[in-house]
Design a protein around this ligand. Sequence first.
Ligand code: NAG
Ligand code: NAG
Ligand code: NAG
Ligand code: NAG
Ligand code: NAG
Ligand code: NAG
Length: 933
Amino acid sequence: MAAAGILVSASTWAMGSLLLKLGAMLGDEYRLLREVRGDVRLLQDELEAMHAFLLRMSRVEDPDEQAKLRAKAVREMSYEIEDRVDKFMRLVDRPDESGGGGILKLIGDWGNLLTEMKTRRRIAKEVRGIKGQLNQASERYERYKIDESSLEPRNAKVDPRIVAVFRDASELIGIDGLRDDLVKWMSNEDHDSTNGLKVVSIVGYGGLGKTTLANQVYHKLGANFECKAFVSISRNPDMTKILNFIFSQIHNKGEAHTGTRDPQLIINRIREFLKDKRYCIIIDDIWDIPTYKILACSFVENSRGSRVVTTTRIYDVAKSCCSSDGDLVYNIKPLGVHDSKKLFFNRTFGCEEKCPPNLKEASEDILKKCGGLPLAINAISGLLVTRKTKEEWNHVRCSIIGFAQGKNSEVDAMNYILFLSYFDLPLYLRSCLLYLTMFPEDYKIERQRLVHRWISEGFIRGENGEDLAELAETYFHELINRSLIQPVDIGYDGKAPSCRIHDTILDFLIHKAVEENFCTQLRNNLKPCDRIRRLSLMGNEDERIIEQLDLSHARSLGVFGHNQRLPSPSRLKALRVLDICNCRGSGNHHVKEIVKLLQLRYLNISGTRISELPRQIGDLKYLETLNATVAQELSELPESITQLKRLARLFVPNKTKFPDRIANMTNLQELGNVNAFVQSLNFLEELGNLRNLRKLSIVWDTSCILKFDEASCKEKRLVSSLCKLETCKLRFLCITLSLRENDGFVGHLFVPDLSSIREINLYRGKICWITKWLISLVNLEKLSVIREEIELEDLEMLGSIATLVELVLYSGCLGPATITSRGFEQLERLRFNFGVAGLMFEVGAMPNLKKLDLQIYLSKFNPVGTTSNGFDFGIQHLSSLAWLRVTLYCIGARAADVEAAEIAFESMAEAHPNRPKLEMMRLFQGDMLQDDL
Ligand SMILES: *[C@@H]1O[C@H](CO)[C@@H](O)[C@H](O)[C@H]1NC(C)=O
Ligand SMILES: *[C@@H]1O[C@H](CO)[C@@H](O)[C@H](O)[C@H]1NC(C)=O
Ligand SMILES: *[C@@H]1O[C@H](CO)[C@@H](O)[C@H](O)[C@H]1NC(C)=O
Ligand SMILES: *[C@@H]1O[C@H](CO)[C@@H](O)[C@H](O)[C@H]1NC(C)=O
Ligand SMILES: *[C@@H]1O[C@H](CO)[C@@H](O)[C@H](O)[C@H]1NC(C)=O
Ligand SMILES: *[C@@H]1O[C@H](CO)[C@@H](O)[C@H](O)[C@H]1NC(C)=O
């Protein structure tokens, strides 16, 4: 890689957290350290000097070899020192003295004193050790002179709401023509009589937009194909997983599974299923011929006009995909000058006309160097969008031109542009971005997961009292804003729930991460030579290699792959982050050992087979985040969990019982799925003492209680606690209601209209029991009604909840629903499921609705004999519509009706002035009625 020689240290940021810790040790909290205070202060000075050095280094674009070596040594040393500091901080952080007095207390004091003296000696020794290490290092290196670069990192504040919510339009620049060509080619019936399988392979180097094109094609293909699948292959594909994924997609039932891991068997099942269907399968990003050969075995030949699309960077792979007559190798070309400009100016100024004249020349030169690569154009415009002076633009321009001299490869230029984008990041963002290399290629990375892991790694540092999770989310959105990661969908809160990273950018980051020893990649079964600081097991490594690794310095461990075995926790003493979610190879015996990971801050065991937390979980006293939303039931939490004083986020399944006394968990900020009536009275009371709680979800379900008195008593306690929390920091409350007619709740307002209530899920019960209350809520943003159909008049009432942004009606409406221009002013998303009844939007209805998600049971909705006029919903009256998703439940419907419905939706979308993005899906296609003529 061209920019390879350049050292930019994201780890520098990591070192800052060590300095903070030393600062804290000098504070009053750590009385024990009085004797070593002088030494700690010296340490701090020394480390500050190292930190300053690394900071300056991080601004040097091209340091010499010696400086690089030195920076590396300093970085590694700072990791070691932090490990030691963390170790002795644990010694100093004593558990709180237990209450009670008298003789027992006295004995306790003596005992404490003895341990205290021992601890002091150990600490003094550790500090001396570090000092010695530092002294040696300082002697080894003398000072270096460093050029300060004028391209200072910049720290632009970003609005976490991404304004360009539905960004498809900009993705389309330059691609819509190609897409339409391809779609036409694919839909064409063959002129010869065979009408057999055809393959098109889109080929071109990384950053040209192959995946975007394939995606567009996939979404554009509508009724023409009976089944579709889209899979991304990575460099080390797991064939079983991929084949199973294809199988489940073509079945389109969500959960279809072959239940086997034998590729040959899966292929047979796929062939069997596809043999008489018109299918379309998209294989994205394929790297080698043998992989394709295996996949191709499942593409059965028939004469239905089926199609396969592959994308690849390698011409030979493309050629071998297209070995039959009539197949097509499609060379994707860079954008032309016109489209390049369109894309560039759309990002930077909105359009070319708005570009200030004094930046015109610079922008032309910069664009020329982008070589028409959408990825490069996006990256460079993400960099320039915050800069508006001619000097700044000229600096970027000279930098790129200087680099590109004598080199002609667009790929080199693109890598250099990626480097510039990276180099432009403030240090905290560099660490955050490099951390993405902990996830597999093409992985959908959940925002919360990433953000919580960043926090536990110490990357996020707020000013006093700042909410770290919120701060981290602004970082996440800043990376999106800079086009370094791509949002996947946008939630009703305007935030992206997850992201993906372009594989070209990921390659670049991996290169950086390895160079800085930020994380270790186990590629090609080579044993890494540097110390392992962070590691992800992707599921295709050689177990023997894993066994041999020295993991005693690892801080983060992620485990993907379902059946992966977790390395024994006794090898992971320094671990801060352990993420084994969905790892089915982990059970209760693993979690027993996890309590030995004394430095652990983040533990995610959601989706595992663990059904019990160890009694000693309280030993993990640094734990900040625990997601224990395990796949099975977790009937109760051990009592010692209340000793986790730093725990800020705790999530459990919706039936779990908490310990009675939780008042000590004062650091809790987010608490998920408290099934209120399963808990003790005492718990409900102490809940009100969690004064830092910002987000809370509760389940309100009295079915576990037999006596009315008890229910009403608990209800009172709960309500009083909720009110108390709201006077503190509670800002987000989600209540899942499961109501029964004989609950006694019917008709009376059981919870006051708290302003923190933002989400209500009515899991069971009639909406008319609570409509009055719903309307009184001042901040309700999302409402889901899950099991019951609702009456038309209730729907109208809901329209008057002015703050409502998202409405989900899983069971739809009892009668035909007409939505008038009254109400639902702010509603942006509607998910509507209909059985028998129809739906009609009148002129001016839901003026803000952007996303409409319809689920239709065709057999019920469109009984035999109805014409396709039944599909006029007045969608054209939704003036803000940008996205239409239609899921057709095919059970018991005739194929002709399914097709008619699809055609109807296509023409509705075409006819809509906004041309909304249309996504259609068939579910339970296998249970369609057979057309017997
Ligand atoms: C809570 O903390 C206090 C003092 O910090 C302590 O006395 C008490 O025993 C703790 N309670 C529980 C249930 O851990
Ligand atoms: C990124 O942030 C800047 C500065 O806040 C803003 O001007 C720009 O429009 C944002 N870009 C995108 C794509 O959101
Ligand atoms: C330019 O960007 C805006 C959103 O920022 C989008 O709505 C518009 O369609 C884009 N223009 C083109 C020509 O794609
Ligand atoms: C834990 O992993 C799950 C599954 O990927 C994810 O949804 C969740 O956000 C993670 N939890 C936390 C607290 O990060
Ligand atoms: C915890 O994990 C579950 C299951 O994977 C997930 O649905 C949930 O969003 C996670 N909670 C958080 C806050 O990350
Ligand atoms: C509780 O969780 C289970 C499993 O995730 C889910 O199926 C069920 O619907 C949930 N119940 C409620 C009332 O939310």
